[in-house]
Design a protein around this ligand. Structure first.
Ligand SMILES: [Zn+2]
Length: 103
């Protein structure tokens, strides 16, 4: 009787231990993923997605857009495309904006 009780306790502690380890493992994986995301953001911050050169902010129609100094690729922050499209609802930029955002 007491032997059975002991083995049940062991099972319980084993399970708790395993759950703790799994929770820790999950936490470590989350921290690792967050660190990787941060590292990527720092590595690619203000770098051209096409050629890897520096992006420089430039004013275009009153909106600050990032332009690659080497290849001229343009990076728009969220909302900037809509801002450039302005009131013109059927225009090219507006249609492009809907297409990019998938609505
Ligand atoms: Zn470039």
């Amino acid at each position: 009787m007491s032997e059975k009780h002991t083995s049940q306790e062991e099972d319980y502690f084993k399970r708790v231990d395993r759950e703790k380890k799994e929770a820790l493992k999950k936490k470590l994986a989350e921290q690792k993923a967050a660190a990787k995301k941060l590292e990527q953001a720092q590595l690619h911050h203000m770098k051209c997605g096409k050629c890897g050169s520096d992006m420089k902010p430039r004013q275009f129609k009153g909106v600050e857009i990032d332009v690659c100094v080497a290849c001229g690729a343009v990076l728009l922050d969220p909302g900037e495309l809509e801002e450039l499209a302005g009131e013109e609802s059927q225009g090219f930029f507006s249609n492009l904006g809907h297409w990019v955002l998938g609505d």
